[in-house]
Write a protein of this length. Sequence first.
Lengths: 185, 185
Amino acid sequence: MGRWEPDAVGRLRAAAVDLYVEKGFDQATVTDIAERAGVTPRTFFRYFADKREVLFSGSVDLQKAVVTALEEAPETATPYEAVWAALEAASTMIGQNHDWSRMRNEIIMANAELQERELIKLAALAAAMAEGLRVRGVKEPDASLTAEVGIAVFRVAFGRWVAGPANRKLTRTMRQCFDRARALI
Amino acid sequence: MGRWEPDAVGRLRAAAVDLYVEKGFDQATVTDIAERAGVTPRTFFRYFADKREVLFSGSVDLQKAVVTALEEAPETATPYEAVWAALEAASTMIGQNHDWSRMRNEIIMANAELQERELIKLAALAAAMAEGLRVRGVKEPDASLTAEVGIAVFRVAFGRWVAGPANRKLTRTMRQCFDRARALI
DNA sequence: TACAGTCATGTCAGCAAGTGACATCAGCAC
DNA sequence: GTGCTGATGTCACTTGCTGACATGACTGTA
């Protein structure tokens, strides 16, 4: 046993999410969160760059999965097909937990600052995908265009999935949007 | 003559942009800006919701132009073609002033918070475009997909144009990316 | 001419986010 | 036991942003 209760990060994360749901993101102060986690506000900012970041710790793994999928996609795949591999990998990760996704999404949609953070994470994902495509030999502007379109598809598909019934598969919705985009463009 | 110098908003905007360039967005405090504009910090927040918003006052007009273009696009146009009309209108507005766009873009790219704001404005633009398409009778998810892809094209094209030489036409770059997306997807 | 109302701005007090510098002290290595 | 390390606490501070109220030039009207 350490000097303090272990897993301060875990307690902070849990406390934050609880409070964001209970009182709303704006009303939940860092002091509240820290207090509930049995810790000082200063400690909160040691683990999370800011109040929003609590909800985005998963984005690192997501980005890794996406990049890996791009690397492992068959050499013969077109850029858009390679992007599909990335979207599929992302869907598999996120699609596991419809409940969590829905709750998290509700918190985010209720607050503009959180939407901003969500968007910049997706922009970073797009940038990573574009880089992954460039590694595959795709030139600009093709790499960026394909990656950005991929993220566009992701956004729409995720939005539909998260608003729909829990038993629907994200991968399925993603594929439908992916194909539909192809038909529309 | 009023009790104070006229056009406080204009002075605030100018002072803010100047200082963002001179010292960087983070280092420029609202107190600085207000002081240079000969006004109280409180007044700054009467005109701008926050420190970032100064750089985004044009987005209202942009959105109007886009929506109008969608309304006026020929009935026979496919969704993607209607989106082109919107992108063209946006390009015509923004493409006028390469210097201003480049400076503004440099300020924004140097700061994550500003990029977040830029992204949410673009997301709002996408939402407005999707709504415009729905008005045209396009169903979901087609409306959202087409609109989001349109914004993806816009992002890439704008990025290329703003980084390129001043005499290049935004509309041209936009069209190239628009067509290239069609080829890639 | 006086009077009332309005509008842009000032004044002031205050909260919450976020940061830097330094203190503390359990546990571990040696 | 000595000394180091790492996680947390403590404190003081800056900055963004807000609410409530004050001020006084301008405008319209009787």
